[in-house]
Ligand binder design. Structure first.
Ligand code: G4P
Length: 539
């Protein structure tokens, strides 16, 4: 599609030339990827605290024991001690505007996490110093790699006993093929932490233990010449190891970072607020700003083009006081003013943005203006689905967000037969929001659709929402399938005759065959090499 921002007619609201590029250039939009418990919520709070957005740690997530929350949705999170809903957190830091897109913290809930990763320009990979790379981190890393998202690595909980820093660097290099290029290096082992050597300036940043996280830890910068006096042999070891890293080619290289070949590394203690400033500085200095996006035809829409955005997530039932539905859209180009009438590319219909909000934890504030890299929360967005494009003036359509290969399948049935209409409408809504994929077949009938998901917790969300919000309680019956493949309609009948396989059609018309195990699938493919089965996109 055309990329003619400069040729576009100037209207009263058109920002002065260069303004959009300048605003885009100071945005840093990123997400934290980690395994549950690595400290993501703690780090998020610490980042916001450092940027002086919140005065008291705990305002973002409202975890048990911290700030109280209001909705029954949050009750479900609290009971599980996890974060289901995503937070889009925006705060200024130095000359930049940081957009932190929070990702759900549970291994099961990964589909939303994947979607959030379509909306970021970089990611922070948070690793627990004692545990190293864990399964969810690896999975999410693969998504980042696939999408070409540059990664900053943060080794957290350095205040506690953990593994040796060099060993962790080896693990990152060996297991994910990213060259770690530490920007700081710990002085003192995990658990006996004195601070870090700033490898870019050579100075010592001394760590001072503070009482649990309520305020930013003071960071004292000590010149290299005085560091031995301050930290003793630990300083000398850190210097030696840092020199080893340099000899090994593990110094920061911008090109390698942006191309996804290397990852800058920092050492932190999020709980004690150490290293958090350094992470913010690295985001400002090294992380890439928004750079537009490719449309369905592969043409790049530059940030200076007229407004465009894509919806990466739809969230409903967040607050029982407002039974609304928020679509989160990431701005790709142009400027957004609340009240703008946009075009919804999927339908060609106008979309009025009177209810634009920014959502910060559980607080919502009206959002008046947004620039490339920002996230707009659009309330009352009944027609918007994940992957939808919104634009103004010059049409554009972004590629759909890939739907992920489901691994869990259940049959849903309405608990109350008189509520058939609500049942149908509710299932349709959950599908549109991307909570579950819905599969049907003549054999099973419309009353008993099959729900498919990447993680089983999505089914709990579906049951909860159907009962409390969509007025159609459901019961679920597990199906003994674990893997899905796309099948050509011509082969459907043949596939249905196979043992432990079943063909169903997704609402978008794609035909899927489900197998009970990967082993069965592989056996079938060996015996029937002529039947073409295709994988669903994994990322
Ligand atoms: P998550 O969102 O990634 O799941 O992790 P979360 O921030 O909830 O942190 C998990 C646990 O790890 C919390 O302890 C948290 O306090 C602790 N933690 C996070 N960062 C650090 C750190 O840098 N050092 C140390 N020592 N601990 C850290 P908890 O006991 O589960 O909860 P809480 O009662 O402390 O809040």
């Amino acid at each position: 599609m055309t990329d003619n921002a400069l040729a576009a007619p100037q209207t009263a609201e058109t920002p002065p030339p260069g303004r959009i590029a300048a605003e885009a250039g100071r945005r840093r939009t990123f997400a934290v990827i980690s395994h549950p418990d690595a400290g993501k919520s703690t780090l998020t709070e610490a980042l916001a605290l450092h940027a002086r957005v919140i005065t008291e740690a705990g305002a973002v997530h409202g975890k048990a024991g911290r700030r109280a929350t209001v909705s029954d949705w949050m009750e479900m999170e609290k009971a599980r001690g996890i974060s289901i809903t995503s937070t889009a957190l925006q705060f200024p830091y130095r000359t930049c505007v940081i957009n932190l897109l929070d990702t759900p913290g549970h291994a099961d809930f990964s589909e939303d996490t994947y979607r959030v990763l379509t909306a970021v320009d970089s990611a922070v990979m948070l690793i627990d110093a004692a545990k190293g790379l864990e399964p969810q981190t690896l999975k999410l890393f693969q998504v980042c790699k696939h999408r070409g998202i540059p990664i900053i690595t943060v080794i957290n909980k350095w205040d506690r006993p953990g593994r040796h820093a060099l060993e962790l660097m080896d693990e990152i290099h060996a297991r994910i093929g990213l060259r770690p290029t530490p920007l700081t290096w710990p002085v003192g082992i995990a658990g006996d932490f004195k601070g870090v050597l700033d490898r870019r300036t050579g100075s010592f940043i001394r760590f001072t233990r503070t009482a649990g996280g309520a305020t930013a830890a003071p960071e004292e910068h000590i010149a290299a010449a005085d560091a031995h006096t301050a930290a003793g042999d630990d300083w000398d070891h850190a210097v030696e190891e840092s020199e080893l890293l340099s000899a090994d080619g593990s110094d920061y290289d911008r090109e390698q970072f942006l191309s996804g070949a290397a990852t800058p590394v920092l050492f932190t203690s999020a709980a004690l607020n150490f290293g958090v400033n350094q992470l913010l500085d690295v985001l400002v200095e090294l992380a890439p700003p928004p750079s537009g996006a490719l449309d369905v035809d592969g043409t790049r829409r530059a940030t200076e083009s007229p407004f465009s955005a894509f919806v990466f997530k739809v969230q409903a039932g967040m607050d029982s006081a407002h039974r609304d539905r928020i679509a989160y859209a990431r701005v790709v180009s142009g400027t957004f003013e609340r009240g703008d009438v946009l075009t919804h590319a999927a339908t060609g219909k106008p979309f009025v943005t009177k209810y634009a909000q920014s959502v910060f934890g559980q607080q919502r504030t009206t959002l008046d203006t947004a620039w490339p890299g920002d996230v707009i929360g659009l309330a009352n967005a009944a027609t918007l689905r994940p992957g939808d494009t919104l634009y103004r003036d010059v049409p554009v359509q972004y590629p759909p967000i890939p739907s992920f290969s489901p691994e869990h399948f259940v049959v849903a049935r309405g608990a109350d037969p008189s509520k058939h209409k609500q049942f149908r409408r509710g299932i349709e809504q959950l599908e549109q929001e991307g909570v579950v994929q819905v599969l049907r077949s003549d054999r099973r009938g419309d009353q008993a659709p099959v729900l498919a998901a990447v993680g089983p917790m999505q089914f709990e969300v579906a049951v909860h929402r159907m009962a409390t919000e969509l007025s159609a309680p459901i019961s679920l019956e597990s199906l003994p399938y674990q893997v899905a493949r796309i099948v050509d309609p011509a082969d459907a009948e043949f596939m249905n005759k196979q043992v432990s396989a079943e063909v169903l059609t997704r609402t978008d018309g794609v035909m899927l065959v489900l197998f009970s195990t990967r082993w069965r699938l592989e056996g079938f493919q060996r015996d029937n090499p002529d039947v073409k089965l295709r994988s669903l996109v994994a990322a």
